[in-house]
Design a protein around this ligand. Structure first.
Ligand code: F6P
Length: 359
């Protein structure tokens, strides 16, 4: 009997189930003697031996179902070597569960932090195959992560809805978009939704430049302006500070709930125009996966099963130049994929008149 462990880790996305289905259906078709063990709530299930033996039926009818049938949790990588409140050594405990269950390999669906832990477990001698999950698309070593386009769809719909109300009222509207430290979702949704101004963490903004862009639009007779703002957007001024200085500044100054609210308040002051902020938040991770993601999840899932069949461990399946490929975990762990401010897509967006608040 081949026993394969599986877990979903970190923030969820729309395609975790679709991807697990891809792995599981391929494995069941490949082998007569395979058993999949599903760990509950990510690495936590592996640490505390909280698992269930999955059946083929568990993976049926879940292609379009968002969330994760296994549950997930955030288990920060930096805490992995710190014992839990009862003194339990988390890494040793995960190894113990793996060995006790006589697993042939562990399949991990996760984003950045989860890939770091996957690599740590690989270094500790476990057989790992991982898959690139995150709406943020910030995983180094893959051109695309599953979840990204589904989130872009939702963020785009939010901007589309704002467009109709914006045209009635003639205000400045800000839509704050998820993405943690990177701007991929904001960039794509901003372009797709026809935002006038897009602010990304990778391109620090000057509030005066944004204000000028908005006022120029008003002079041209445009009744409204729409800003797509990444949750990690940062001003030029703040970007020049050290982490310590930035923390001090935030503690001493007025606190805003998030980047969009700060930008909104400053724009209201500078332009005298009314500003409204919309934060779609976790809706961007919810609902059904979009068709592109369903296909990608199926392909990546099948590719992961292929690695297991070939006993090629220590890899993350990935997308390279439109092909499904694999990359060693040791090469990707701990690296982020940022938007390149000098890339073609930024130049093309600027060419059609989108301001990035920088010049
Ligand atoms: O990594 C996915 C993500 O949705 C980020 O875009 C966001 O910054 C973060 O997770 C939110 O995390 P949580 O669900 O823990 O609030």
């Amino acid at each position: 009997m081949r026993r394969i462990g599986m877990l979903t880790s970190g923030g969820d996305c729309q395609c975790l189930n679709a991807t697990m289905r891809g792995v599981a259906k391929s494995l069941y078709n490949m082998f007569d003697d395979v058993e999949i063990i599903g760990f509950e709530d990510g690495y936590k299930g592996l640490m505390y031996a909280d698992y269930r033996i999955m059946k083929p039926e568990d993976f049926s009818g879940i292609l379009t179902k968002g969330g994760t049938i296994l549950g997930t949790s955030r288990q920060p990588f930096k805490m992995m070597r710190v014992p839990d409140e009862n003194g339990l050594d988390k890494v040793e405990s995960m190894k113990h569960t793996y060995k006790k269950l006589k697993l042939e390999c562990l399949v991990v669906l996760g984003g950045n932090g989860s890939q770091k832990t996957a690599n740590l477990l690989r270094e500790e001698g476990l057989n790992i195959v991982s898959l690139p999950k995150t709406i943020d698309n910030d995983l180094w070593g893959t051109d695309m992560t599953f979840g990204f386009y589904s989130a872009v769809n939702i963020a785009t719909q939010a901007i589309d809805c704002i467009h109709t109300t914006a045209s009635s009222h003639g205000r400045i509207f800000i839509v704050e978009i998820m993405g943690h430290k990177v701007g991929w979702v904001t960039l794509y949704a901003g372009i797709a939704g026809g935002a006038d101004i897009i602010l990304l963490p990778e391109i620090p903004y000057d509030i005066q430049v944004i204000s000028d862009a908005v006022q120029r639009r008003a002079k041209e007779g445009k009744r409204f302006s729409i800003l797509a703002v990444a949750e990690g957007a940062i001003s030029k001024e703040d970007a020049s500070l050290s982490k310590k200085e930035l923390k001090k500044k935030k503690e001493s100054g007025m606190q805003y709930p998030s980047a969009a609210y700060e930008i909104g308040a400053r724009l209201e002051e500078l332009t005298g125009q009314e500003v409204r902020v919309t934060v779609p938040g976790h809706t961007q991770r919810g609902g059904e996966p979009c068709p592109y993601d369903r296909v990608l999840s199926t392909q990546l899932g099948a590719a992961a099963a292929e690695l297991i069949r070939n006993q090629e461990y220590g890899y993350m399946v990935c997308v390279k130049n439109n092909e499904i490929d694999k990359i060693p975990l040791s090469e990707i762990a701990g690296k982020l994929k940022y938007v390149d401010p000098n890339s073609a897509i930024i130049r093309q967006a600027k060419a059609v008149g989108i301001s990035f608040g920088d010049e």
